[in-house]
Each structure stands twice: as C-alpha cells, then as structure tokens.
Design a protein around this ligand. Structure first.
Ligand SMILES: NC(=O)c1ccc[n+]([C@@H]2O[C@H](COP(=O)([O-])OP(=O)(O)OC[C@H]3O[C@@H](n4cnc5c(N)ncnc54)[C@H](O)[C@@H]3O)[C@@H](O)[C@H]2O)c1
Length: 259
C-alpha cells in the first residue's frame, strides 16, 4: 500500500531532497512550506500551525504514515525560535493523531550538530517548558548583544533534541507504536549554508573540524537517505535517538561522554 508522508520544508534543501527521494520510492508526499508546496503554511505562528494541521487532514483524508518535520532556519529572530522549536513540535504533536490509522507509523524531526555548540541555558529551559512568549523575549535579549546572538540557533536545536529524547519513550510515541527520532546534521550544502560555503576560506574552516577526509560537508541527499530510512517500515526498533550525520565531528566534540 502506498504510504503517505508529510514533509515540512519541502521547497528547499534537505526537505526538498527528502521529498523527492520518498516520491521516487513510491510514497505519496504532501510537501509543506511557505511557498512552492502542496500545502502552504507559516510555522512561525499559531494560526499557521493550525492551518497546516487542517490542510494536511483534508489533503490526506485523515490518515498518514509518516511525519518529517524539517522546516527550519538560522535567522532572523523571532522566526528562528518560533519555527525551529515550536513549529517543529507543533507539526509532530498536531499531526500525530493522523498516524493512528497507519500500520507502520513513523516520525522524525531535525536538530543539528549545533546542538553541541555553546547555547543559552535560560532559552533552552523556556523552550522545553513550552513558554513561547518567554522564549521569544529571551531571544530578543540575546540578539541585542553581539556576543550572544549566535547562541540562539544552537539553543533551539538543543531544546528540540531534548524534547525528542523526553517525548519518544512516552505513551504518545513509543507507547503508541510510533518510533520518534531526530537527526543532527553537520554542514549540509543547502541555501541555508550557501554564505558559509561561498569562499575557500569558509570551506576550509568547516573541513578543519570534521574528521572524515575531504568531507567537511555533505549534499542534502545524505541526510535525506537517513530520514527516509527512519520513516520506513524497516525501522521497527530505532526510537528516541538523535543521530549525528556530521562526518564524525560529534565523536570529537563529545568523546565518550553521553548527554
Ligand atoms: N544545512 C545545514 O547545514 C543544516 C545543518 C543542521 C540542521 N539543519 C536543519 O535542517 C533543516 C532544513 O534546512 P536546510 O538547510 O534544508 O535549509 P533551507 O533554507 O534550504 O530549507 C528550509 C525550508 O524551511 C522553510 N521554512 C522556513 N521558515 C518557515 C516557516 N515559517 N514556515 C514553513 N516553512 C518554513 C523554508 O521556506 C525552506 O524551504 C532546518 O531545520 C535546519 O535547521 C540544516
């Protein structure tokens, strides 16, 4: 039976590569994005998130097999905070009931290698507490100081990784037979990272932190293959993981520690 997959961020980068891969494999894909998608919705607002759920319910007939929450951005504030954490969680939680008719329901979201970078504990706590106004206010403060602005993206990704680890074993996910996971990519070649990869100096800087030889960054199809497997019927047992796709840099940063 054809599986129906919901892919947010489907108009560009990792989401686009994943939607194309799933379609090639025979799945029906409902792509979601701000534009150029089957469903257009703005995940930075409560109204946009509610509209996403309603539109997907209509387009799918109320039954889906997989959720791939990929939409995200690195700037500006407040959209980064609103989409990377609240938009992603709302997509997963809001669409979860539509998985109940599936024989092999699956869900995955995107964190980042940046979850290991310096972050702001207060912002992470506000995010994981679900306090959107508080998190947006904290992000404004961090953005107003040139020495702390870079902590915001890392904080949204750390908070999302924590949310996945906490939610996955619970009744709504593992308890309902739905493996929930996240992937944490290193630098992937997409419009988001284009400015970083523009110069040889930038590319060299990225390669310097990555153990895999000549592999400081990967094409979007690489995380797409992992995402596609995580929502496949083959994945009957991998649940609650945040999997780094980063050429080995996570192993360098974390060593043998766990978190
Ligand atoms: N590219 C990387 O190196 C990298 C590394 C780690 C994690 N990520 C994560 O991967 C995901 C995809 O990033 P990408 O590199 O493919 O970027 P991208 O910019 O190519 O694609 C992101 C997509 O998300 C959509 N989006 C942004 N705001 C939205 C909103 N308010 N509502 C609905 N859709 C919205 C954009 O329109 C775009 O199509 C993001 O969550 C990003 O944080 C990327």
């Amino acid at each position: 039976m054809t599986r129906t997959m919901i892919v947010t961020g489907a108009a560009s980068g990792i989401g686009k590569a994943t939607a194309e891969l799933l379609r090639e494999r025979g799945d029906t894909v409902i792509g979601v994005d701000l534009r150029d998608a089957d469903v257009t919705a703005d995940l930075s607002t409560a109204e946009g998130r509610a509209s996403l759920i309603e539109q997907v319910r209509e387009a799918s007939g109320g039954r889906i097999d997989g959720i791939l929450a990929i939409a995200g951005l690195a700037a500006p504030i407040p959209a980064t905070v609103a989409v990377n954490f609240f938009g992603m969680v709302a997509t997963l939680e809001g669409l979860r009931p539509l998985l109940s008719g599936s024989e092999a329901p699956r869900a995955v979201g995107i964190a980042s290698m940046a979850s290991l970078h310096p972050h702001d504990d207060e912002l992470v706590a506000l995010l994981t507490a679900g306090d959107e106004p508080g998190a947006l206010a904290r992000a404004e403060v961090l953005a107003g100081d040139p020495s702390t602005g870079h902590l915001i993206y890392a904080s949204t990704k750390k908070a999302f990784a924590q949310w996945v680890r906490r939610a996955a074993p619970g009744e709504d996910w593992a308890g309902a037979g739905i493996p929930l996971n996240a992937i944490a990519p290193g630098v992937i070649v997409t419009p988001m990272t284009a400015p970083l990869l523009e110069t040889e100096e930038g590319r060299e800087q990225i390669r310097a932190g990555v153990p895999m030889p000549l592999n400081g960054f990967a094409e979007a199809i690489v995380p797409a293959h992992l995402l596609a497997w995580l929502v496949s019927e083959e994945n009957t047992h991998l649940c609650g993981q945040v999997i780094f796709v980063d050429g080995g840099s996570d192993a360098v940063i974390r060593g043998d520690s766990t978190w």
